[in-house]
Write a protein of this length. Structure first.
Length: 305
């Protein structure tokens, strides 16, 4: 299983865009889901979650770079979101509408990409994750996600910060991890209690039931650590806790990359992109603006540097 608690990293991503609160909440939930899924796959590369739908929020893109980098953005219709807010239809499924969600594993240019696609028909992101695992991995999986906007005291008065969290458990009957020693021993269990029987599915039924007891605040409260939450859930059986990873907002854009991309355009295309004597390229992920003098791009013959 995996658990993720996101604070400063997710707040930094959302602060760069100033999205309407419902859009920010939806993107934060998708980021938490991507962090859970991306960190659960043993590979070196990128895990990308992307939606394309007909709702007010037409696209979400979350890019997870192993082992701990993440970036994200949302595309939405401002009028559509405003109308949804006015009538109180701001649940994630209502903002997304119908369409597709794709999850892509990219291990680099010399490796084959793997992509799974799930049809979106009004489900929550939790439900979509369950469908994806059932269709692609055929592994019983339970996911819980939560997002909260926290109010804190700042120098200029009240300030807000976003937090998101999630827990994922999977039934892996052949995994050796199911019989390893626990870091958090089941101290509350009666003496002689069987810690775990990997041959029975009762443990999975129990895990599903316990996941259903998780409250949103337990996933977003900074005072509830991952260890504390896991102990609350599994104190009778015990749980093994691995070394945590600290997620960071990390964008891979740079002036050099943008210049290389612009260098592929012809002089005529450069002219078409020029506004007020310059070309401005804005990164969708981090909102960084890159300014270029068109003359330096036109000087490259046949669109080459």
């Amino acid at each position: 299983g995996r658990t993720v608690h996101l604070g400063p990293s997710i707040d930094a991503i959302l602060a760069r865009h100033a999205y309407p609160a419902p859009v920010a909440r939806l993107l934060a939930e998708a980021i938490a889901l991507t962090a859970l899924l991306g960190s659960s796959i043993k590979f070196d590369g990128r895990f990308i979650l992307q939606t394309r739908t007909d709702g007010p929020v037409s696209m979400l893109v979350i890019d997870f770079q192993t082992p701990d980098g993440i970036r994200a953005y949302a595309s939405f219709d401002a009028a559509g979101v405003e109308a949804a807010i006015a009538v109180g239809r701001t649940a994630p499924a209502e903002l997304l509408g119908r369409g597709h969600l794709a999850m892509t594993v990219d291990q680099g240019p010399d490796m084959r990409r793997y992509q799974g696609v799930v049809v979106l028909e009004g489900e929550s992101l939790e439900e979509v994750a369950h469908v994806w695992f059932r269709q692609s991995e055929q592994i019983p999986t339970r996911v819980r996600l939560a997002v909260a906007e926290m109010l804190t005291k700042g120098e200029g008065g009240a300030a807000h910060a976003w937090r998101a969290g999630g827990v994922m458990v999977q039934f892996l009957p052949e995994s050796e991890d199911r019989v390893r020693a626990r870091d958090l021993h089941p101290g509350d269990a009666p003496e002689g209690t069987e810690l775990h029987d990997p041959e029975t599915d009762d443990a999975w039924a129990e895990a599903e039931a316990l996941m259903g007891t998780i409250e949103d605040v337990e996933l977003t409260d900074p005072a509830v650590s991952a260890e504390r939450l896991l102990f609350r859930l599994f104190h009778e059986r015990g749980v093994r806790v691995f070394e945590p990873l600290r997620m960071e907002e990390r964008c891979r854009c740079s002036r050099e990359r943008v210049a290389t991309m612009l260098g592929q355009f012809t002089a005529e295309q450069v002219d078409e992109m020029t506004v007020d004597g310059e070309i401005v390229v804005t990164c969708e992920f981090c909102s960084t603006k890159y300014h270029f003098d068109p003359a330096t791009l036109r000087a490259a013959p046949d669109g080459e540097d």
